[in-house]
Design a protein around this ligand. Structure first.
Ligand code: C2E
Ligand code: CA
Ligand code: CA
Length: 704
C-alpha cells in the first residue's frame, strides 16, 4: 500500500483519555498519515460507516452499548468489507486471540503501543483484509463454477497423501459426504481396471512436469455397481526444488457424451439393417490381422467372401422390404457358422465377408465355408413365403505377397466369381492362376474402354438369303474388334466382359448407328424390291435403357432408312431374363415400325405356346436345331413344329447356321423364308459384303 495515501480511520472508543492518547501518538508518528473520525458509542460508529468511507476500524472491545466479542461480531456482520483492529486491555490477551479467530485483523494492547506500531498494524490490516477478500472471491467464484458445471472437486495433499473430496464428488458416485473418506483409494480402487494404468501414468507425467495439467477420462464405479465415465482435470503445485506437494482439480460426469460417442462409433462401423459390422470395421480388423501375419508368418488367417445368388431377382420380385428381411435372416444364420474368434461383416448389398484371424489349416476355412453354404440350404420362411436362396463363396488365405487388405479382398472376390461360374451354392479357394485370369480380364476391360474411345470396332456383315428367290435379302451385323495387339477379335472374346462391365450398351449403340448408315448407303446404291434389310443384335441390358426407342428413332431419322428394313434381334434368353415389362418395351420399339426378331429360338426353353404373347415379327431358329436336323435325334420334327407355329402366328422364319445343301432343301420344303450360314457366306467386312451385293449371286443353284 502506498505510504503517501492517508488512512481514514474510524475509532470507536468510549474512553476519552485513551482516545486522546491515540490521537497524540498518531500525530507524532505521521501527522498526515491517518485521518481519524472518533465516536464513543458503537451505534454511532455503525451510523457513520454508512455515511462515510473508512479504510479501517479501530475498535475498543468494551463499549457502553455492547460488550466484548459481541461487538466485533456485530461489526463484522454489518460491514464485512471493513477490516477491524481491536483494542484491548493488558489483562484481556485471551479475548484478543479469540477476536483474531472471529475475523479481527489484529489487536493492539492499550498502554504498550506507539504511533508507528499502530500505523503499521492498520496498514497491514487493510492490506490483508483486501487480499483475503480477493481470495475468498476467487474461491467462491471457482466453487460456483464447479457447482454450475456439476463438477466434483478434489484436493490432494501429497505430503500426507490425503485427499479432500467435495460433497458433490461423493454424490457423483452415489455416496454422501460422510461415506467417503480422505484416502486416495476412495478414488483409485473404484476405477475400471483398464483405466487404472492410464490414469496413474497421466498423474505421473504431470508430477514430472511433462504436461502442464493433468487430464484423464476414465470409468469409475458408482455405488449402483455400474461404471460412469468421468473427466478429471487437475493441477499440481510444486516446491522450489520442483517436487509436487499438492494437486487439486475437478471431476465431471461425461457418461452421456461417452455413450453418444460410442453409439456414433458403433453406427459408423455397423450395418444398420443386420447389425453386423460393416466393411470399414472389417477392413480395420483385417488390417490388424495382416500386420500381425507380416510380423509373424505363423499367424495364418483366411478371408471368406460370400455373395448371394440371384438376390437381385428375389429383391425385385418380392419387394425391398422382404429383401431386407431375407438379408437379416441370412445374416442370422451365417453368424451362427462363425467360430467365436471370427468376424462376420456385411459389405453392403448381398455381400458378406468373414475373417478367420487365426487358422492352422486350410480345412478350417473350408469347413466354415461349407457350414455357411449348408446354413442357407433350408428355405427361409417370410410372411408365409418359402424362399430358397444360395450363396457363392470365395476364400483367400494369408500369403506373403499381400501388403494391403484390398488385395486379399480382391482375391477372395475373384475366387467367389469362379465359384459362381461353377454353378450356385459353391465355394472356391483362390489360387494364383485366378489372379492371372483376373488380371487378363482387367486388362481387357481397360482395352475395351480405350477401344470405344479410339473407335476400334467394326462390323462384319453376314448375308441372309431368301429361300424364295435364292438371293441375298439382307445382312446380320456382327461386331468385331480390331485389337491393336491381338488382331481381329470375335464377340466370344469380349462380349461377356463388355456386358458385365456395362460397356455393351455403348457397343450396341455404335453398331446400330453405323450399321444403319451402311445399310442406307447400300440401299441407295443397289435398288432392290423389297429393299435389303439389316438385322442388328441387341443385348438384354440395352433393352432396359428407357431411352432406347428414342435412340433408334434418332438413328432412323438421321439415316432416312425405312424403319421396317431395320430388324432388331433379341435372344430368347434375354427376353426370358428381362421378363418384367418386356412386352411394354417391345411394343414401344414396334411403334417405330422397326421389326423385331427373336434370336437363338429354341435354346431358352420358352414354351412354344407363349410365343404369341410377344409383339414380334420374326423368329430365328437356333443353329443347333439346323445342325441336328438330319441326325437321329429327330430335330426335323421340332424344326417343322416351330416353323408351322411361327406361320400360324404370322411370323416369318430365319434358319441360322445353314451349312449343307441338304439342310437348305429341307428348310425350303418346310417353307422357311430365310437362311443364314456358311453354306452361303460367312460374315465379311464391308467392302467384301459390298462386292457380294454387286455380284448379286443366286444360291438356289448351290442347293441343286
Ligand atoms: P448370333 O446372333 O447367333 O450370330 C450368329 C453367329 O454364328 C455369328 O458369330 C456368326 O459368325 C456365326 N455363324 C455364321 N454362320 C454360321 C454357320 O454356318 N455355322 C455356325 N456354327 N456359326 C455360324 P459371331 O459373329 O461370332 O457372333 C457371336 C454372337 O455374338 C452372336 O450370335 C451374337 O449373339 C453376338 N453378337 C455379335 N455382334 C453383336 C452385337 O453387335 N451386339 C450384341 N449384343 N451381340 C452381338
Ligand atoms: Ca443374331
Ligand atoms: Ca443366333
Amino acid at each position: 500500500m502506498d505510504d503517501k495515501v492517508s488512512i481514514h480511520l474510524l475509532l470507536i472508543e468510549d474512553d476519552t483519555v485513551d482516545a486522546l492518547s491515540l490521537y497524540d501518538l498518531l500525530e507524532k508518528a505521521d501527522p498526515s498519515g491517518v485521518k481519524v473520525s472518533h465516536v464513543q458509542r458503537f451505534a454511532d460508529g455503525l451510523d457513520l460507516v454508512h455515511q462515510e468511507h473508512f479504510d479501517v476500524v479501530l475498535l475498543d472491545l468494551s463499549l457502553p452499548d455492547t460488550q466484548g466479542l459481541d461487538t466485533l461480531d456485530q461489526l463484522c456482520r454489518f460491514v464485512p468489507e471493513l477490516p477491524v483492529v481491536v483494542l484491548t486491555g493488558v489483562d484481556s490477551q485471551t479475548t484478543a486471540a479469540e477476536a483474531l479467530r472471529q475475523g479481527a485483523q489484529d489487536f493492539l494492547v492499550k498502554g504498550s503501543i506507539d504511533g508507528q506500531l499502530i500505523i503499521r498494524s492498520l496498514r497491514y490490516a487493510i492490506e490483508r483484509h483486501r487480499a483475503q477478500g480477493a481470495l475468498r472471491e476467487s474461491q467462491e467464484r471457482y466453487e460456483l463454477a464447479a457447482r454450475a458445471a456439476n463438477d466434483g472437486l478434489w484436493d490432494w495433499n501429497l505430503h500426507t497423501n490425503r485427499i479432500y473430496y467435495s460433497p458433490r464428488w461423493a454424490l457423483m458416485l452415489g455416496y454422501s459426504e460422510e461415506e467417503i473418506g480422505d484416502s486416495p483409494t476412495e478414488w483409485f480402487l473404484r476405477l475400471h481396471p483398464d483405466d487404472v494404468e492410464p490414469t496413474r501414468r497421466a498423474i505421473a507425467q504431470h508430477f514430472k512436469r511433462e504436461t502442464d495439467h493433468f487430464e484423464q477420462e476414465y470409468r469409475i464405479r458408482h455405488r449402483s455397481g455400474s461404471y460412469r465415465w468421468m473427466l478429471s482435470r487437475g493441477m499440481a503445485l510444486y516446491t522450489d526444488n520442483g517436487e509436487p506437494y499438492r494437486m487439486a482439480g475437478s471431476q465431471s460426469d461425461i457418461t452421456a457424451r461417452k455413450q453418444t460417442e460410442e453409439k456414433l462409433i458403433h453406427d459408423a462401423l455397423h450395418d444398420p439393417l443386420t447389425r453386423l459390422p460393416n466393411r470399414i470395421f472389417f477392413q480395420q480388423q483385417l488390417e490388424g490381422t495382416l500386420n500381425r501375419f507380416r510380423a509373424d508368418p505363423t499367424q495364418q488367417f483366411a478371408v471368406i467372401f460370400l455373395d448371394l445368388d440371384r438376390f437381385k431377382t428375389i429383391n425385385d420380385s418380392l419387394g425391398h422390404l422382404m429383401g431386407d428381411r431375407l438379408l437379416t435372416s441370412i445374416a442370422g444364420r451365417l453368424e451362427r457358422c462363425i467360430p467365436p474368434s471370427g468376424i462376420i461383416a456385411r459389405f453392403g448389398g448381398d455381400e458378406f465377408a468373414v475373417l478367420l484371424p487365426q487358422i492352422t489349416a486350410v480345412a478350417e476355412a473350408t469347413r466354415v465355408a461349407k457350414h455357411m453354404l449348408q446354413a442357407m440350404e433350408a428355405p427361409f420362411l417370410l410372411h408365409g413365403h418359402e424362399i430358397f436362396t444360395s450363396g457363392s463363396i470365395g476364400i483367400a488365405l494369408s500369403a506373403d505377397n499381400y501388403t494391403r487388405t484390398e488385395e486379399i479382398l480382391r482375391d477372395a472376390d475373384t475366387a467367389m466369381y469362379r465359384a459362381k461360374a461353377a454353378g450356385m451354392g459353391k465355394y472356391r479357394l483362390f489360387d494364383a492362376t485366378m489372379h492371372i485370369r483376373a488380371m487378363a480380364l482387367w486388362q481387357l476391360e481397360t482395352d475395351l474402354r480405350r477401344a470405344i474411345e479410339r473407335d476400334e470396332f467394326l462390323i462384319y456383315y453376314q448375308p441372309i438369303i431368301s429361300f424364295k428367290t435364292g438371293q441375298l435379302a439382307g445382312f446380320e451385323a456382327l461386331v468385331r474388334w480390331n485389337h491393336p495387339d491381338r488382331g481381329l477379335l470375335y464377340p466370344a472374346d469380349f462380349l461377356a466382359l463388355a456386358e458385365e462391365t456395362g460397356l455393351l450398351n455403348i457397343i450396341d449403340r455404335w453398331t446400330i448407328r453405323h450399321g444403319a448408315a451402311q445399310l442406307r448407303e447400300w440401299q441407295m446404291e443397289y435398288l432392290r424390291q423389297p429393299p435389303i434389310f439389316l438385322n442388328v443384335n441387341l443385348s438384354g441390358s440395352i433393352l432396359n435403357q428407357s431411352d432406347l426407342p428414342d435412340y433408334i428413332d434418332a438413328v432412323l431419322r438421321e439415316t432416312g432408312i425405312h424403319p421396317n428394313t431395320l430388324r432388331l434381334e433379341i435372344t430368347e434368353g434375354a427376353i426370358l431374363r428381362e421378363i418384367a415389362g418386356i412386352n411394354h418395351k417391345l411394343a414401344e420399339l414396334q411403334k417405330l415400325n422397326v421389326r423385331l426378331c427373336i434370336d437363338d429360338f429354341g435354346t431358352g426353353y420358352s414354351s412354344l405356346s407363349s410365343l404369341h404373347y410377344y409383339p414380334i415379327n420374326t423368329l430365328k431358329i437356333d443353329g443347333s436345331f439346323i445342325a441336328n436336323m438330319n441326325s437321329e435325334i429327330g430335330n426335323i420334327g421340332i424344326v417343322r413344329t416351330i416353323i408351322s407355329l411361327a406361320h400360324d402366328l404370322n411370323l416369318d422364319v430365319i434358319a441360322e447356321g445353314v451349312e449343307t445343301p441338304n439342310q437348305m432343301q429341307q428348310l425350303q420344303a418346310l417353307a422357311c423364308e430365310f437362311g443364314q450360314g456358311v453354306l452361303f457366306a460367312q460374315a465379311a467386312d464391308p467392302s467384301s459384303s459390298r462386292q457380294l451385293l454387286q455380284q448379286n449371286p443366286s444360291w438356289l443353284s448351290t442347293a441343286c
